[in-house]
Each structure stands twice: as C-alpha cells, then as structure tokens.
Ligand binder design. Structure first.
Ligand code: GLA
Length: 411
C-alpha cells in the first residue's frame, strides 16, 4: 500500500519511449523540392496537394522505393488553411486536399506506407500557417484521428526559451494520444546551446542545424558542421533517437552525380534519417540508383545505430568511418578539392579508425573490384573532385580466398 502511494507520488515520466524509429526513419518529404508551391493551376504537378502525395506513393510502390525501406510519405509546410475551424481544429487546404487528411492517411496505409505530417510549435508555421501553440492537445488529437504516424514539429514563431518545456509537453501529449507517432523535433536547430540530454530523451529525431539547400556548398557546410560538432552530438544517436542533417537533395538541380554519391555516403555514415525530396516522376536513373543502393541503405539502417565520425581531415580530403553491428566498418574517402583530376588518398588502419586485421574491402558504388587489405599495407584509393569512394571493410573469416588479390599496391 505504502509502495503504491509512493509510486503514485513519483513524477510521471515524460520521456518519449514510444519504441519507434529503432533505425533512422526513411521516406519522402515535400519541402526541399516542392517548398510552398500552392498554385495548382499554374504548377499542377508540383503544388502541395493530394495529387502529389498519391502520385509519389504510387511511384514509390511500383519502382522499388518502398521495398528498399522508404516507407514514410510526408507533407511538409503549406498544407493548411490560414484559419482554424469553429472548434479550433486545423483545416487542410480545401482545394488542394479536398478529401481531408484522413483520406491521405488511408491511401498511404492501404499501399503499405506510413503518413508523416508537418506542424510548428509556434504561433505560425515557418510559412505563416497556423501553428500549434495554445492548441497542442486538440492538434495532437486531430493528428491521431487522421492516423498520422510521424509528426515533424518545427520551431518558427516561438520564444526559443519555451522550447525546453514545450517540446517535451507536446511529446507527452503524443504519448497519451494512444497512437504511436514518430516525433521529429526541430528544437536544437533553433537554439545556441541545446540541451541534448533532454532532446534525446523526448524526441525520436531532431534537426540539429540549418536547412539544406539545393547545392554542393550547402551540403558541404552541413558535412562540416556535423564533423565539427561530432564530439557533442554523435553520442546521442542510437536506436530510437537520431541526429538529422536534413533531407536528401539527390536527383534535384544542384548536385553532380559525384556530389550526390557523397551525400548518400555521408548520410549513411551519420546514421541519418533518409528522407528524399525529389520529383520521383522525373528523376534521372543514375540518381535513382544512388537512392536505391541497398548496401548503403543497409549501413544507414545498421541495428547498432552507432553514428560514424569524420576521423581524418587534411588538405580538403577527409575520411569518415562508422562501426557496424557485424564487426564491419563503413569508410568514406571524401575529396572536397576542385582541382580537375582525381586525388590519390592513402590511409593506415589508425587513420581509418579500424582494428588491425585482414578485411575484404567492398566498393559500395561498385566502381572498383572487391579486394583484400591486411596489416602490412596502406590503403590507397583515388577520389574524384567533390566526390567520394565508399567502402565496406568486412573482417576476413575464411582462408579460402584468393590471396593474390590482396591489396597493397599503389595507385
Ligand atoms: C523550416 C524547416 C524546413 C521546412 C520549412 C517549412 O525552415 O527547417 O525543413 O520544414 O521550415 O516552412
């Protein structure tokens, strides 16, 4: 009796503990490619609408994206009417979502997808639509009624000091709603010194920094930020809780093929959520192939959930390395130089952060032959300007290998 009383008086736990996102969530999101296009007369295939979502889901199903793991389909900002209804409920844009959001949820679920939706903790979303502040409970209930599976909660139009209590409060309401929903927080992206202990306790994933834009310079700056802040943030990543460097821009206007390979490689090293934001109806096949690279997706989704690090950085060449659950390592050699010829990079075990043993080395983009690499060698590879060579180092277990392919030669 006394024990029960004590338990009842203990503060209730507000931690998220929803058992979701045990590997980084994957899917597709409108924002980076389609932004806030709301004029469907002028841009019928690009406006944020029921049609865009259905069309994308159909392609994701028929062209293997769902099979590869991209199972969340998400609507970012600009899906709302500018005012709430008489009962203070959010109203989806009546012209662009004529059947409402429950119908979108049903459509996605029937095809095997999950439904992701954007809102904002402040008075307004970043693009000026109604935010949740003051209506948190009613909005969580509405999302649950629409069968939403994932909420991205942005942080525009709110006093940032309120976030430390506001984001956990919203997460608590999500927990209490009875519907399991992934919680994506933009909380740390808005603060100078975020409390990552609290963020990792209350969110499944969180945007750490600036929005990605459709360019190599933006991608590059995000990589630099994640490397320079890795000592602070990497420790918080793990099953159910992920740092989020933002959407994949692969297949859009700004990246070359080599640069697109860099994003896919580094995002998988970072154990990043993989949200494509691209027109899947018009994407070129060589970019699609990068997004559907199963070996790289498997690294991103590795069950250990350990975020990789930039382990070496000199003269604009970098090595990034991630330990995997089966004892293998993913190692990316990135060349950020722009001199017009590939750069030779070499690395020792120490530099790559690898235990010294013999490995079978697989080129994850299949540009080089598989090879063996052992204690007596230094690893050499040649990397294109603003490009990557990405390998999986698998510890060699059997002896029946072709030792003559043992790789020690120089390039
Ligand atoms: C912020 C977010 C973006 C996107 C836009 C929408 O900038 O960081 O990811 O959601 O708002 O307005």
């Amino acid at each position: 009796m006394i024990i029960l009383l004590v338990l009842a008086l203990l503060p209730f736990t507000t931690a998220l503990q929803n058992g979701l996102a045990l590997t980084p969530p994957m899917g597709w999101l409108t924002w980076q490619r389609f932004r806030c296009i709301t004029n469907c007369q002028k841009y019928p295939s690009e406006c944020i609408s029921e049609d865009l979502i259905k069309r994308t889901a159909d392609i994701m199903l028929s062209e293997g994206y769902l099979d590869a793991g991209y199972n969340y389909v998400g609507i970012d900002d600009c899906w709302l009417e500018k005012t709430r209804d008489k009962r203070n409920r959010l109203v989806p844009d009546r012209e662009r979502f004529p059947n409402g959001m429950k119908a979108i949820g049903d459509y996605l679920h029937n095809k095997g997808f999950k439904f992701a939706l954007y809102q904002d903790y402040g008075n307004k979303t970043c693009m000026g639509y109604p935010g949740v502040l003051g209506y948190e409970a009613i909005d969580v209930q509405t999302f649950a009624e629409w069968d939403v599976d994932y909420i991205k909660l942005d942080g525009c139009y709110v006093d940032i000091s309120k976030m430390d209590t506001g984001y956990p409060y919203f997460g608590k309401l999500m927990n209490e709603s009875g519907r399991p929903m992934v919680y994506s927080c933009s909380w740390p992206a808005y603060q100078k010194k975020p409390d990552y202990d609290s963020i990792a306790e209350h969110c499944n994933l969180w945007r750490n920094w600036d929005d990605i834009q459709d360019s190599w310079s933006s991608l590059s700056s995000i990589m630099t930020w994640f490397a320079e802040n890795q000592d602070t943030i990497a420790q918080y990543a793990g099953p159910g809780r992920w740092n989020d460097p933002d959407m994949l821009i692969i297949g859009n206007f700004g990246l070359s093929l080599d640069q697109a390979k860099v994003q896919m490689a580094i995002w998988s090293i970072l154990a990043a959520p993989l949200f494509m934001s691209v027109d899947l109806a018009t994407i070129r096949p060589e970019f699609k192939e990068i997004l559907l690279n199963r070996d790289i997706i498997a690294i991103d989704q590795d069950s250990l959930g350990k975020q990789g690090l930039r382990v070496w950085n000199k003269s604009m060449t970098e090595i990034w390395s991630r330990e995997l659950s089966d004892g293998s390592y993913a190692v990316a050699f990135v060349n950020r130089r722009d001199d017009g010829t590939p750069t030779v990079m070499k690395a020792s075990f120490e530099v790559m952060n690898l235990p010294e043993q013999t490995y079978k080395v697989q080129d994850l983009y299949k540009e080089d032959e598989d090879r063996f690499f052992g204690p007596d060698g230094e690893f050499y590879t040649r990397v294109n300007p603003s490009g990557v060579k990405y390998f999986k180092f698998v510890p060699k277990i059997s002896n029946d290998v072709e030792e003559k392919t043992y790789f020690t030669s120089r390039i």
